[in-house]
Write a protein that binds this ligand. Structure first.
Ligand SMILES: [Zn+2]
Length: 289
């Protein structure tokens, strides 16, 4: 069958698309705003969504923003889910095999097969949007780790003691500072107006408080990326997500961080912007399914 079905399940909306297997082109897509986060309701919405699209066969890839273990969503803060057996429930509702994927793994796979890192069998993908996430493709395969949660870049600790609380339940994670949702909270506490994506403009306009937050995020984010580049030696670093796409200065900081901190041997990494936009996870999920 030349076409595959992919689903991208976010905290407030779900999208589905039928994608050409050979090149990742989106042939048809549909979206729904979730009216409830009850598992049974969400599964019903996903079945309804899939029924609006042309028929496909084969496994369905489903990208979920959260930590997964096999077909179980261990922790998805945006959905308020812990230990939800989504894979089996959805598979039985759709009468098809379902493959659950972390949203960043799906995005990295989409960019590898049809976007910014196409043809590069070693890549690191980092998204800074509502949350902070990453995925690693090594030797042409997704790096999964022993229990499937490798690459949780957003939960690298940048403040070992007394740090800000993260959506994962721990403190001091990179995401608790640089992730759009947590950054917006931090900005509000500090009396700053606007959204996370506005911080760079505020900082560059000379606001001292904005500058302090921005400098902290820029240095921690670029240090973390540079360390991962040393660790993984990717050919391509793919950068995406709403905060990064609206903060060109952060991308410059990341490039400078690699030049300064990564091992000399790993500095040849090509830095590229994600090309598939909102579709990267959807396309990747379909192609992996
Ligand atoms: Zn965390």
């Amino acid at each position: 069958m030349p076409h595959a079905l992919g689903i991208d399940l976010g905290g407030s909306t779900a999208r589905a698309a039928v994608v050409e297997r050979v090149n990742g082109r989106v042939l048809a897509s549909a979206r729904v705003k979730l009216t409830s986060r009850e598992v049974r309701d969400v599964v019903g919405e996903l079945v309804q969504l899939a029924s609006q699209l042309p028929p496909t066969t084969g496994a369905v890839g489903v990208a979920v923003a959260g930590m997964l273990h096999g077909g179980v969503v261990k922790n998805a803060p945006n959905l308020g889910w812990r230990d939800v057996d989504l894979g089996a429930t959805l598979s039985s509702a759709l009468s098809r095999e379902v493959l659950l994927l972390n949203d960043l793994s799906a995005a990295a796979w989409g960019e590898f097969r049809a976007g910014a890192s196409r043809g590069a069998s070693d890549s690191l993908t980092v998204f800074v949007g509502t949350g902070v996430g990453s995925a690693v493709i090594s030797g042409g395969a997704l790096l999964r780790g022993a229990t499937g949660v490798a690459g949780e870049f957003g939960h690298l600790k940048v403040v070992p003691d007394g740090g800000r609380r993260c959506g994962c339940g721990q403190e001091g994670c990179l995401e608790a500072y640089a992730g759009g949702a947590k950054l917006a909270e931090w900005m509000t506490e500090e009396g700053l107006p606007g959204r996370a994506a506005d911080l760079e403009v505020l900082a560059l306009s000379g606001d001292v408080t904005a500058r302090r937050l921005y400098d902290f995020i820029a240095s921690q984010l670029s240090l973390a990326v540079a360390n991962q580049v040393s660790m993984l030696n990717p050919a391509v670093l793919v950068l995406g997500g709403g905060v990064l796409s609206r903060s060109p200065g952060l991308v410059t900081h990341i490039e400078a961080g690699i030049a300064r901190w990564s091992t000399v041997a790993a500095r040849g990494v090509r830095v590229a912007r994600a090309q598939l936009g909102d579709d990267s996870g959807l396309v990747g999920a379909a192609l992996l399914g």
